[in-house]
Design a protein around this ligand. Structure first.
Ligand code: ADP
Ligand code: TYD
Length: 209
């Protein structure tokens, strides 16, 4: 059995990534099952019992920006060890709601942490592993903020300023432009139906099924 693939969903809060992830997971899972493979659906920060505890702290407790970055990567180390690497080794595929691009976008872009520090952590924790495909839900920050205001009470990140999300969005877009082979950018301000169609095309053309 060939190794599995890692697919990640990214975007600023309120872009609609979680909404579309469920449908994408169901469709991809069905196609993989026909090949005798499983799809593991997971998220960051989180994805393991310890990671979910760290998520609770990360999303609700103020802390130094370096503590925040280190905890994100600590949760990721556990996630790779317990969930992602065993699944890929078994030939299964993994779909993660966020991964390391979020650390570069939020801690690097949004909070202004030196990218070189994040690169050290990335090398340490991932040992060269990168997602095979990343869907970036890109949206103007005002549209995302309006969606969130209607949807839920904000956690620590969602309560950040418009300027924070501008920087976060810009870093996501910079990374996508630097690695077009891995990224697919989805214009997420469109209707659910249009986005659904784009994702369906990506599933059929880029997931190599
Ligand atoms: P994220 O996971 O990216 O933070 P969500 O999927 O939770 O975003 O979506 C945030 C809110 O926006 C939800 O209330 C969702 O129903 C709504 N939403 C998602 N996609 C769209 C869309 N294309 N048009 C209008 N509203 C949307
Ligand atoms: P998410 O699961 O998308 O939140 P929600 O379920 O509310 O849609 O992500 C949790 C938050 O963590 C999100 O605001 C982005 C942030 N985050 C980082 O700042 N750095 C990271 O490395 C990761 C993985 C997430």
């Amino acid at each position: 059995m060939t190794p599995g693939k890692l697919i990640t969903f990214e975007g600023i809060d309120g872009a609609g990534k979680s909404t579309h992830l469920q449908w994408f997971a169901a469709e991809l899972g069905k196609r993989l099952a026909e090949q005798g493979r499983k799809l593991v659906v997971t998220r960051e920060p989180g994805g393991t019992p310890l990671g979910e505890k760290l998520r609770e702290i990360l999303l609700h407790q103020p802390m130094h920006i370096e503590t925040e970055a280190l905890m994100m990567f600590a949760a990721r180390r556990e996630h790779l060890d317990k969930v992602i690497l065993p699944a890929l080794d078994a030939g299964d595929w993994v779909l993660s709601d966020r991964f390391t691009d979020a650390s570069f976008a939020y801690q690097g872009g949004g909070r202004g942490l030196d990218t070189a520090r994040l690169e050290v952590l990335e090398r340490w924790v991932q040992k060269g592993l990168q997602p095979d495909l990343t869907l970036l839900f890109d949206i103007p920050t005002q549209v995302a903020a309006a969606r969130l205001a209607d949807a839920r009470s904000p956690d620590k990140f969602e309560a950040e300023s418009a300027a924070f999300f501008e920087l976060t969005r810009a870093e996501y877009l910079r990374r996508a432009a630097a690695d077009p082979a891995r990224f697919r950018v989805i214009r997420a301000e469109r209707s659910m139906k249009e986005i659904h169609k784009s994702i369906e095309n990506i599933l059929l053309t880029d997931c190599f099924l």
